[in-house]
Ligand binder design. Sequence first.
Ligand code: SF4
Length: 332
Amino acid sequence: MKFFTDVYYEPGILDYPLGKKLKEDFSDLPWIEIDNHNRIEEMTKRPNSDFPKMKRYLIVGTRKTHRYTENQKISDYLVPFTSSGCTAMCLYCYLVCNYNKCAYLRLFVNREQMMERLIRTSTKSAEPQTFEIGSNSDLVLENQITENLQWVIPAFAREGRGHITFPTKFASVRPLLDLPHQGKTIFRMSVNPQEIIETIELGTSPLVQRIQAVNDMCEAGYPIGILIAPIILTTGWKKQYLELIDQLADQLTEKAKKSMTIEMIFMTYSYVQNAINKEAFPEAPDLYDKQNMSGGGRGKYRYKKDLRLEAEPILTDYVRIRLPEADLVYVC
Ligand code: SF4
């Protein structure tokens, strides 16, 4: 991947096969030693305007905390997995709330340890569980660098119980199509109107490619889902989102429409994102809508109740009309 300019690494990564492979793959870049991927002091001191430049650093370390968090949505547990952060720059990215301007891509090379724990937890559970392994990053993007999914999906199919799942905004699924997955990996694609992708989801795949990826994964036998998320209620939202739902109805295969789940999530925005975006992307659309948003605690803004009450039935009714066989699992 020609995108990165520098690699920051913990020396211990060279004890792992993946660490050695990355060192070879990126041997033409400067490698800068760090003590801990969580505390790179020179990064925290950088101005917000450096955010896009910092996104071009690749950080390589080992994951030290492995605590699973219970989840009540599409999965039962959120699993800290093989990466955090991302190279893309969606202006609303939830990871910025956690990592602030250090939301660059971090790869964790101790994948055997994470996989072993995942399989052990899945087989010990009384009932089959679903494990969300992509809540901290975008694993399809990560896979372009590490090829981890080619290893994780068959390994879970062989030894795991229940399901693993991850959402993505990237369409590069070709390496996944022929894997022996046994239906145990649920692939979920996040979509937005193309205009929003171009202006707000910077560095992600175009909508038509995302739809094609869903069709391909469905044809390859994977359970699939669509996230219409995050729904952004800027001027013209009604037309944009109804057209998006039309596009899904017209371009997804019959097989995909019959078997897929749909999640709909309205955007939340935060003080931290607003501060970074203002300095890093002064020309970008302003996602903070003073008139239609209110504080939801801990520096977060949500759309006001009146606007939500207007938008939600319009969009969910239209989903039920145009995608009647899909399973609309939740709206939040
Ligand atoms: S693709 Fe996902 S993880 Fe990456 S910047 Fe966008 S929202 Fe964040």
